[in-house]
Design a binder for this molecule. Structure first.
Ligand code: MN
Length: 499
């Protein structure tokens, strides 16, 4: 499902006190604003105008309809006039979907020479929005508040960011994370409460026997395998051994067969948005899926290695938020450090599975041995990630709740070639500096697996965490370790008090 298939409903609050003529004007203005937001390139979802909300009953009905409509990802609410907010209580209590409070005004500037009391009565957003804000605070509703004129590109961009998060959240509801095999044995951080995840985050986490996947792989036709190998030839720089006529071409065919089998399995159900596998459970698969997973990620599937379903779901959500934006998003793992005090860096990679959406240039398709798993050599795509602003995000299970941890980083080009490194990799400098960032990450319990993105920013994840009602812990340029540790303690208290 692409972002354009999700809707956000544009809801304008008012009341009957002002008379029918004023309400007609409010409705006309509201339609104009909704149309402008719908047309804005920075808002990738459909913005749907809804009739002016003026009574307790109509507001409640609207919220019930929003809840019932799977295409509706959330509401943008604007108080053009004063809308007494007790009218919003039962509606907002019904509403579990996210809303953004757009605190704007129809006319940007005060019309100094003509302003009179009629104008004042019609343009009351400045205090109407405060009445609406109070009831959100009184009901402890999580929401995003966007302030500024509705034609301002920065305001539209901020609403678009919120809408991207809302669409990703909407997509999680009722989705399935497919697990081929269990979590890697004895690993702690990839575990978690799958019941709590479905209650809190909306997606189911379901295991499937790897044998069922193997059956799909074995059913793939030779003609389809040959066609996909030809696509590889066209798309990547092929290692000579894997090129047509090369000594390892049969291994490339095995990899292509695995990709087609996985596509067949995952494509059979539109709820399957992300998946995991594990090198410890590959019975019947000749190789650990490498290029298959990389290309499925590039097509939008979330992925987590070693059974890491939380990261798989997160990578999918980040990819959905990133749709159409410059940059890429991948499964990632902090791998090796460069601890030179004059410039510390982190080399991120995985055994195989890094998404080519983050590649700086055309990937090369290679085959190398894999030291673990006891299978044949896997085919993989190898590349350097593009430089630029990026972030790493990790979702962890603290027992009774989840925490989303984010570290902003600057991805850089490796200073030298890495001719012997047989996997795709990203190199980055952590904000504010590696000693602070890594210590903060460790204090917060962040995983070694992350979702890595050069496409989305902190705002996307802040909105998303709010929609999920979970803690967001941020490590960025402003982070000081002592304060960060205190934030973790205060958040622990706040979530235990269920504030
Ligand atoms: Mn791993």
């Amino acid at each position: 499902m692409s972002l354009s298939q999700h809707q956000v409903w544009f809801v304008t609050g008012s009341q009957h006190l002002y008379g029918e003529e004023a309400l007609r004007e409010v409705a006309a203005h509201s339609q104009e604003v909704a149309a402008a937001l719908n047309a804005a390139a920075s808002i990738p979802v459909e913005v749907v105008f809804k009739p002016i909300a003026t009574t307790t009953e109509s507001i409640r009905t609207l919220c019930q309809q929003a809840e019932a409509d799977p295409a509706c990802a959330g509401l943008i609410c604007w108080m053009h006039t004063f809308s007494p907010a007790k009218m919003w209580i039962s509606g907002l209590q019904t509403l579990r979907k996210p809303y953004a409070h757009l605190h704007t005004q129809f006319g940007r500037d005060i019309p100094w020479s003509t302003i009179d009391m009629d104008y004042m009565n019609l343009n009351q957003s400045a205090h109407g929005g405060r009445e609406f804000g109070f009831i959100g605070a009184r009901l402890r509703k999580e929401r995003t508040v966007v302030v500024g004129h509705w034609q301002d590109p920065a305001v539209q961009l901020r609403l678009g960011t919120w809408a991207r998060a809302a669409a990703a959240w909407n997509e999680w509801q009722g989705a399935t994370i497919v697990r081929f095999g269990d979590n890697m044995r004895r690993v702690a951080v990839t575990e978690g409460d799958k019941v709590e995840a479905e209650m809190r985050l909306g997606y189911a986490v379901d295991g499937y026997g790897v044998g069922d996947l193997v059956a799909r792989v074995n059913a793939v036709s030779d003609a389809a395998v040959e066609k996909l190998c030809a696509e590889y030839d066209e798309t990547y720089v092929m290692a000579p051994a894997l090129a047509a006529g090369g000594a390892r071409r049969a291994a490339l065919a095995d990899a292509a067969r695995i990709e087609l089998g996985m596509r067949d399995f995952l494509g059979a159900n539109e709820r399957f948005i992300a998946f995991t596998d594990t090198f410890e459970d590959l019975h019947g698969l000749k190789q650990l899926p490498g290029i298959a997973v990389q290309r499925l990620m590039a097509d939008g599937y979330g992925f987590g290695g070693e059974g890491d379903w939380k990261t798989a779901a997160l990578v999918r959500a980040m990819k959905t938020m990133a749709e159409g934006l410059d940059g890429g998003t991948s499964f990632m793992e902090d791998y090796v450090y460069h601890l030179d005090p004059s410039g510390m860096q982190v080399l991120g990679a995985h055994m195989l599975e890094v998404c080519p959406s983050i590649a700086a240039s055309k990937a090369s398709c290679e085959i190398h041995p894999l030291g673990i798993g006891g299978k044949e050599d896997p085919v993989r795509l190898v590349f350097n990630a593009a430089p630029g602003a990026a972030l790493n995000a990790s979702m962890i299970d603290l027992g009774e709740r989840f925490r989303l941890l984010v570290n902003t980083v600057e991805a850089v080009t490796p200073p030298q070639d890495l001719p012997n490194l047989p996997v795709a990799r990203a190199l980055w400098e952590a904000h504010p500096d590696l000693p602070t960032a890594a210590a903060a990450w460790i204090h917060a319990g962040g995983a070694h697996h992350t979702g890595y993105s050069t496409a989305i920013g902190l705002d996307h994840l802040e909105d998303f965490a709010g929609m999920a009602g979970i803690e967001l812990a941020v490590i960025d340029q402003d982070t000081r370790l002592r304060q960060f540790r205190n934030e973790l303690r205060w958040s622990e208290a706040a979530y235990r008090l269920n504030l």
